[in-house]
Design a protein around this ligand. Structure first.
Ligand code: GLN
Length: 545
């Protein structure tokens, strides 16, 4: 098993996740079995308890781990389902070490960062090789920036690991920033020199520098970086700003990054086959038509909170040959100014997941607008719950219908906790998490969209549709088109007298991939495209044409 450790320098937000996963894609397309792991230095056990304002989206894996949004990029680029083991945090490491200490596992020793914490980190990385289908290459991305106190144990652990497995089996790639000073018309190498020096002080010599830059790196700059950072000139890789994250692997390949990696790791593999990726990019760039789709949520000024939704729209756009323009609508603005003003010019509406009461009235108004004006609609998780509340209030005339998440004393909790759900106050990892099977009703819109009658989708929520109200809903025309196989949990709802109105209790955006757009996003974009063209074609019949 070969190891590639990716670190970041100078500042955060340079795109370490995209860089790591682009390397993953290039190696995979060279025929290697690749996997990627994120090592996050924060003390939370996982990002599940962090606010989206703090951390952006929580990406949920098939096995129900709440992970960093970079795992979403990994899955989308290398087109592989990852697991709990691919997302490690300081919190998990310490929890494991402390649990072992309490059980007497350290036989009376003093438990210390070196070697106990670092041993635990190393074992998490090595563990990825212990599967039936062991990877040829493990890419481990260390979160944070060199110099952070928190990331020191991870850097130390990987330094040790390189010594243990040998330099020919372990590469260090450092992503850094080469700022361009406009007034002087000059690129500056000093911040990179300093961050590499910090790495070298702790015994890590990067093999490759990935240099984020606005302008091309000339030969002089490359030579200077090579000399001062002690890397070969060919290992100074320009990572110029590009229009789309999906161009990054192509750009890295042009810079011969994958060539250097396979050479340094002594991997005898062919050139990468990037045909499919190039075709997707071409389709994306060639799309001339545009559709506007509104996303009405609570975290709309913070795009990271909706990362997978943005990407799922990109994929759906590629496969519909349109560019999807997302109109970000703060649900509270709808509360203040009405839905019409924000939704009258869009061809589709999406109400995404969320927590807490703020903005709920605005979401209900957005649902009502889409329902009454026959605007294509997709509700996700809290979006489904909003659609159910809106339907209960305005169609079934249950005026005080609500979710007990927002109103514990509500007399008509159409969204409620199930009887057997316990609340022991522990907030971490206690929701319905990960992939669950869903049975689809024959003849429904959901069946037309998916083209099959059983799917598995990823969940992250506590509340469910209250079964007590199902007969009332159905009597008024709401179709329950997807349930858990035992029929107890409502997973998909739709309206039969609407061109495209569907809502799901799970998060379809988590399973969308550039080569395999999620059917619900693909269909929403298709419906929006038909709406924009004022076509009378039925989405159900044309969805897969
Ligand atoms: N807050 C709701 C619940 O817990 C919805 C969660 C979500 O949208 N992810 O059920």
């Amino acid at each position: 098993m070969k190891l590639i450790i990716v670190t970041g320098g100078v500042i955060s937000s340079l795109g370490k996740g995209i860089a790591s996963t682009s390397i993953g894609l290039l190696l995979k397309q060279r025929g290697l079995n690749v996997t990627i792991q994120k090592l996050d230095p924060y003390i939370n056990v996982d990002p599940g308890t962090m606010s989206p304002f703090q951390h952006g989206e929580v990406f949920v894996t098939e096995d129900g781990a709440e992970t960093d949004l970079d795992l979403g990029h990994y899955e989308r680029f290398i087109d592989t389902d990852l697991t709990r083991r691919h997302s490690v945090s300081t919190g998990q490491i310490y929890q494991a070490v402390i649990d072992r200490e309490r059980r007497g596992g350290y036989l009376g020793k003093t438990v210390q960062v070196i070697p106990h914490i670092t041993d635990e980190i190393k074992s998490r990385i090595r563990e990825l090789g212990e599967t039936d289908d062991p990877p040829d290459v493990v890419i481990a991305e260390i979160g944070g920036t060199t110099g952070d106190i928190e990331s020191q144990p991870f850097l130390e652990a990987t330094r040790q690991l390189r010594l243990e497995v040998g330099a020919e089996n372990c590469l260090f790639i450092h992503l850094t920033l080469i700022p361009y000073i406009r007034a002087a018309k000059e690129l500056k190498t000093k911040p990179t020199q300093n961050s590499v020096r910090q790495l070298r002080e702790i015994g890590i010599q990067p093999d490759i520098l990935l240099c984020r830059t606005e302008v091309p790196l000339n030969r002089d700059i490359r030579q200077k970086l090579a000399l001062f950072c002690n890397v070969r000139e060919e290992a100074v890789i320009e990572a110029r700003d590009v229009a789309s994250i999906y161009q990054v692997p192509i750009q890295f390949h042009k810079e011969r990054l994958d060539d250097i990696i396979v050479r340094l790791l002594a991997l005898d593999v062919p050139e990468p086959d990037l045909t499919e990726w190039q075709l997707l990019l071409k389709r994306m760039n060639d799309a001339e038509d545009e559709v506007a789709i509104a996303v009405c949520g609570k975290y709309t000024h913070l795009r990271d909170a909706y990362k997978s939704i943005i990407e799922a729209f990109t994929h759906a756009g590629i496969h519909n040959d349109v560019k999807v323009n997302i109109e970000w609508i703060d649900a509270e603005d709808i509360e203040n100014h009405g839905a019409e003003r924000y939704l009258k010019d869009v061809s589709g509406v999406l109400v995404p997941g969320g927590f807490g009461e703020r903005g709920i009235q605005g979401k209900l108004e957005a649902v009502r607008y889409a329902r009454e004006n026959k605007t294509p609609f997709l509700g996700i998780c809290l979006g489904l719950q909003s659609a159910v509340i809106e339907f209960a209030k305005n169609v079934c005339e249950i005026a005080d219908a609500a979710s007990s998440e927002f109103d514990v004393n509500c007399l008509n909790p159409v969204i409620d906790l199930m009887k057997d759900q316990t609340h022991d106050g522990d907030k971490g990892g206690t929701m319905r998490l990960g992939a669950y099977p869903c049975q689809i009703k024959p003849g429904s819109l959901a069946e037309a969209v998916y083209g099959c009658d059983a799917v598995a989708e990823r969940h992250r929520h506590r509340w469910e549709v209250n079964n007590k109200y199902r007969p009332t809903f159905e009597k008024h025309g709401l179709v329950i088109s997807g349930t858990s196989p035992d029929g107890r949990l409502v997973e998909i709802i739709e309206l039969s007298d609407h061109p495209y109105f569907i809502a799901v209790q799970f998060h379809p955006e988590l399973k969308s991939r550039p080569n395999r757009p999620h059917p619900l996003f693909k269909a929403l974009v298709k419906a929006a495209k038909l709406q924009a063209a004022e076509s009378t074609l039925d989405v159900r019949r044309t969805i897969n044409t």
